[in-house]
Design a protein around this ligand. Structure first.
Ligand SMILES: *[C@@H]1O[C@H](CO)[C@@H](O)[C@H](O)[C@H]1NC(C)=O
Ligand SMILES: *[C@@H]1O[C@H](CO)[C@@H](O)[C@H](O)[C@H]1NC(C)=O
Ligand SMILES: *[C@@H]1O[C@H](CO)[C@@H](O)[C@H](O)[C@H]1NC(C)=O
Ligand SMILES: *[C@@H]1O[C@H](CO)[C@@H](O)[C@H](O)[C@H]1NC(C)=O
Ligand SMILES: *[C@@H]1O[C@H](CO)[C@@H](O)[C@H](O)[C@H]1NC(C)=O
Ligand SMILES: *[C@@H]1O[C@H](CO)[C@@H](O)[C@H](O)[C@H]1NC(C)=O
Ligand SMILES: *[C@@H]1O[C@H](CO)[C@@H](O)[C@H](O)[C@H]1NC(C)=O
Ligand SMILES: *[C@@H]1O[C@H](CO)[C@@H](O)[C@H](O)[C@H]1NC(C)=O
Ligand SMILES: *[C@@H]1O[C@H](CO)[C@@H](O)[C@H](O)[C@H]1NC(C)=O
Ligand SMILES: *[C@@H]1O[C@H](CO)[C@@H](O)[C@H](O)[C@H]1NC(C)=O
Ligand SMILES: *[C@@H]1O[C@H](CO)[C@@H](O)[C@H](O)[C@H]1NC(C)=O
Ligand SMILES: *[C@@H]1O[C@H](CO)[C@@H](O)[C@H](O)[C@H]1NC(C)=O
Length: 640
């Protein structure tokens, strides 16, 4: 390296400039033959600390060594190269510290020619600070100068100067930080040993400290450079990330489980929803999103699959935009495989398992990467507004927490014990206890945790055999494959099979007003009202018997939304009372299961829901002509 750097003794004057600093320059020594010199401060050379230097001066060789005079046979730690012209060599050490914050130490050897102003001088500076360590070489004599920096006699670096006729002097420097392992030096930030099968590596970290590290799970490389990962499991509210760390989601938002944001990028999202309790959420659907092609594949409840919003009839397998979809009785899997990475997403209605493999160092983020990351960082833009509001519910007295804990701990017993070495059961047990001690043990919930654990075990190549018998469960099956519920409902399993029940928040928002559905809606010549089937069923109202005052006007059940809609208009009023004045048209009708709707005597086991709404007449003389609809909430009109 050729440069016109400042002359190196400038360092000395810097020492006296900073206030609050403690600087010390030790007495100088001059030598003209091989000598042992003491440093005033300990000094690190590639991971080994020394306090003395051995300067070897011979007719053809100059060497600075740390563990004895230079001798090629003893294979020492040395800086060795050609002899340079000198009369005597001056040595001094200096240390400097600043409020204990910064510390450095110099050892300087320079030839007296330094002061001759003809620049025919040589200088070596060994520098060791809290932030680094280096050896620098300044040479004013013309020609090519190469000094080998050796550890155990092996050259690990070179100080290389070609001092041309036009430059006064040149400068070269090498970083002498490093780690030693089995007599070999490793540079900071390099791997010393790495064992792809155990995933444990010894590294020389960037501060030149040897460290044992566990590689990222997806950096468990196979021979072909593809690196497998462990699974990430989301079961109910619990997220068990790639490292086996447990997190939990309490709200009803959509979260990024995994994002690979560069290269061929994908995202795995999970939406959480409440079921019977407002304060416990469950993973309700998972989606694989490919940002390149804009493909959005959603795996929903009941084994349903939607591709970009449209339902996909999936019997056993299909290929959609490069994504393979498989369905069997245990659930649905979406798998994307490209040349050097794969991601697979499994969902069974309760549990999602994500497995990815890719090149080492793939930049991944999301809850599967770190389940304790701040939720606002991983909340997706697909989240519904207000989803992060948390609710409380009264404790469920039917829950026997100690009995549930006993069951959850079966994951340490046979037949799961054979998995315990492959997958730590503790996060699964903790997730099981956290949920089962708050939520009633219904809807096959308690079988989900052993199933999730057995699934994670089989993703790691293990198996718990026919585990289900040991915990009183059926063989793994997707949850409620036979029942499609709407978005405000969830599937509940009872002795009589599957039914759609209202989600707790939907039910609570209606029970506070007594309403059984959406408010009635009026337009200029028609009106309609929609009732939620799950609210009717909660009250044991048989919706097929319901009609408006005119018994011929029955409701229409939407098979997707599970809303029962009653409509009428001015040409077919269905028994409505329609009144109007200059400002409003008011429609009043009633929904009932009574045969004679004009009968004013309402029997207790019969249903009578009256409702009305009004429509604001357009102001004929108004300059800004507007149509407005106003609705009257179906107030506490349910009568028995
Ligand atoms: C070397 O130094 C010693 C004293 O340190 C001195 O006596 C001797 O003359 C010097 N030799 C040369 C060649 O300068
Ligand atoms: C250098 O240190 C060694 C051991 O600490 C001591 O024996 C020797 O006298 C010291 N030499 C000088 C020149 O201070
Ligand atoms: C070093 O050089 C001197 C003078 O040129 C000579 O007397 C001496 O023998 C040489 N030593 C070696 C080891 O070559
Ligand atoms: C520089 O000074 C040294 C010692 O004073 C002398 O030996 C050398 O010849 C000088 N070099 C030049 C280029 O003048
Ligand atoms: C500098 O030396 C001290 C010992 O005095 C040592 O603890 C430290 O690690 C060294 N710094 C570097 C960067 O090698
Ligand atoms: C040193 O540099 C000069 C001029 O740039 C060049 O001619 C010469 O070959 C170089 N010598 C070596 C050993 O690199
Ligand atoms: C790294 O782990 C191995 C095996 O567990 C142990 O022998 C070694 O001392 C550890 N090394 C460091 C630097 O912690
Ligand atoms: C799915 O299976 C049903 C009956 O098993 C069959 O009628 C239907 O055509 C199949 N659909 C597809 C897309 O294969
Ligand atoms: C992975 O594959 C992509 C193209 O599919 C390629 O651009 C990339 O270099 C590959 N990476 C590795 C580490 O093989
Ligand atoms: C996970 O995220 C938390 C919160 O941001 C952070 O404190 C923690 O260090 C992260 N863990 C890892 C391994 O990245
Ligand atoms: C739920 O109740 C607990 C204990 O009464 C209270 O600390 C917490 O703030 C409540 N949370 C919400 C969201 O109301
Ligand atoms: C709860 O379960 C434990 C263990 O199964 C049982 O001993 C206890 O009687 C149960 N408690 C209640 C209140 O049922």
């Amino acid at each position: 390296m050729t440069s016109s750097m400042l002359r190196p003794l400038i360092y000395l004057s810097v020492l006296s400039l900073l206030a609050g600093a403690a600087a010390q320059i030790y007495e100088q020594q001059t030598i003209n033959a091989s000598s042992v010199l003491n440093s005033s401060c300990p000094f690190t050379f590639y991971g080994r600390t020394y306090q003395q230097i051995y300067v070897t001066i011979s007719n053809d060789t100059f060497a600075i060594c740390f563990n004895g005079f230079y001798d090629p046979q003893t294979r020492g730690d040395c800086i060795v190269g050609p002899q340079f012209p000198f009369n005597q060599i001056t040595f001094y050490t200096a240390s400097y510290s600043y409020n204990y914050y910064y510390y450095y130490c110099y050892m300087v050897l320079y030839t007296s020619d330094y002061y001759n102003y003809n620049f025919s001088y040589t200088q070596f500076v060994l520098y060791n600070s809290t932030t680094g360590a280096s050896v620098s070489f300044y040479e004013g004599n013309k020609g090519s100068w190469v000094y080998d920096v050796q550890v155990n006699g092996v050259t690990v670096d070179k100080l290389n100067i070609n001092n041309s006729a036009t430059s006064y002097y040149s400068y070269a420097s090498v970083d002498i930080r490093g780690c030693r392992h089995s007599g070999v030096v490793y540079k900071p930030g390099t791997a010393v040993t790495s064992d792809p099968t155990t995933c444990y590596s010894l590294i020389c970290d960037t501060s030149a400290v040897l460290r044992n590290v566990t590689c990222d799970p997806w950096e468990r490389c196979q021979g072909n450079g593809i690196c497998a990962s462990t699974a990430c499991t989301v079961t109910g509210p619990a997220v068990i990330d790639f490292y086996g760390r447990l997190g939990s989601i309490q709200d009803r938002c959509t979260y990024s489980l995994l994002s690979r944001l560069s290269g061929p990028s994908f995202q795995v999202l999970a939406n959480f929803q409440e079921r019977r309790r407002k304060d416990v959420s469950f993973v309700d659907s998972v989606a694989l999103v490919l940002s390149g092609s804009g493909l959005f594949i959603n795996l929903g409840q009941g084994g349903t699959v939607q591709v970009n919003g449209a339902p996909l009839a999936l019997n056993s397998s299909a290929l959609v935009g490069g994504v393979e979809l498989f369905k069997d009785q245990s659930g649905v899997t979406a798998r994307l495989s490209l040349s050097n990475y794969t991601v697979s997403v499994f969902f069974n209605g309760y549990t999602a398992q994500i497995h990815t493999a890719g090149p080492a160092g793939s930049p991944l983020s999301g809850l599967c990467r770190n389940s304790s990351v701040s939720l606002s960082e991983v909340r997706s833009a697909y989240s519904a507004s207000g989803c992060e509001v948390l609710y409380n519910d009264t404790a469920d007295s039917s829950v026997n927490c100690s009995a549930e804990m006993q069951r959850c701990n079966l994951l340490r017993a046979s037949p799961f014990a054979s998995c315990n070495d492959l997958v730590d059961p503790q996060p699964y047990i903790s997730a099981c206890v956290a949920t089962m001690c708050r939520y009633p043990s219904v809807d096959e919930l308690r079988c989900q945790f052993p199933q999730a654990y057995a699934g994670a075990c089989s993703l790691r190549g293990g198996g718990a055999g026919s585990w289900w018998g040991a915990v009183g469960c059926a063989s793994p099956q997707a949850y409620c494959p036979d029942r499609l519920c709407s978005s405000h409902e969830f599937c509940a399993r009872g002795a009589g099979g599957s039914v759609c029940l209202c989600r707790a928040l939907f039910a609570a928002s209606h029970s506070s007003t007594g309403a059984l559905g959406a408010p009635a809606v009026c337009s200029s010549n028609a009106a309609s009202i929609a009732l939620a089937r799950c609210l009717l069923e909660e009250r044991n109202i048989s919706y097929s018997a319901l009609h408006l005052r005119d018994g011929r006007c029955r409701g229409r059940m939407d098979e997707q939304t599970h809303m029962l809609t009653f409509s009428f208009d001015t040409s077919n009023t269905c028994g409505a009372v329609i009144t109007s004045n200059d400002s409003y048209v008011t429609y009043s009708n009633a929904i009932t299961d009574q045969d004679n709707s004009s009968d004013v005597i309402v029997r207790h086991d019969q249903v009578y829901i009256d409702f009305s709404c009004y429509y604001t007449q357009p102001q004929i003389r108004s300059i800004s002509f507007r149509v407005k609809t106003k609705c009257v909430r179906l107030s506490d009109a349910l009568k028995w």
